[in-house]
Design a protein around this ligand. Sequence first.
Ligand SMILES: [Zn+2]
Length: 339
Amino acid sequence: MTKNSGFFAGLDIGGTTVKSVLVDANAEQVGGLVEVRSLVKDGYEATFRQLENALEQLASGAGIDLSAIKGIGLDVPAPSSDGVIWGRANLGEDWVGTDIRGKLSERLGLPVYMTNDGNAAALGEYALRRKYHGSLLLVAPGTGLGGGLVLSGGTGYEGANGLALEVGHISVPFREDDGELPTCSCGLKGCVEAWVSLVALRRRLRFELAKPEWASHPLNEGDAPIEEKAFRLREFAEKGDALAVQIFKQQGFILGYAVADLVRVFDPGLVVVGGGLAETSFRDLYMGWIHEGFVDRAWPAYRHSPLDETKETTCFEWAIGGDASAAIGMAYAAREMFQ
Ligand SMILES: [Zn+2]
């Protein structure tokens, strides 16, 4: 095998689908995104079969033999260390505590690199910005709050045990209307994720809808479950609805607060905001609210150069890879590692 040969696959396991891409030895993406059902609730063996399925589709789409794939980058929607998922996850029971990386590597006869979805998306956003060589911090509000850090030059930072950048669980100094610190999905109180996740939207909406000022709000009509009402909040915010805007404004502001603390620790230069909000029509407003929270908390040097007030020291951008970021990041990581 000559040095510049072989192909590398990125496999991004989500709660519903596996998204996958292929890159060649020169870091060019080959073929398009292949998506298959993830079947994560049916146990990891079921998902492994789906991964094989995705690899076959990637190979045939690229017109190559399956054996030309030389390495795999795999990301999972759960915290893991040494290829073993250790934390609460929206997966079937047998995933937790299993050496997923080792088992998949043995099954495919290929080297496998494994990390969580936040780190994977950060690597993908980095790979897509070919002209950017500084460091990059990703925060991605969604079901939870994902995050990742890529150091200058493109190395993902995962910490000594793969446990770094659990950004959703840093604490923020905000209390709910009842004076309590909200409880996070991790069991702790006051985590930023408890303010910016989908679960947080439900809690906030419940508090707001109980107030007299929103008594005649359309979301107070009908007896749809709060999950369904919270799901519609984006659509309301897109139409400029005052209640929905207020809730997202608070969310963005608190996220900005947490980002300021992360920037104080890592000074990344570029903060990329991912997650589904990147696709909404009010995303510019949302970015403005993140920036408001950031400015409230970050010292001036983290905002602009002391020599040139117009030069920002921390830039903010939306993610550009859409829902393919993580798969792309994993394909690039596999190439870096296994070429
Ligand atoms: Zn937490």
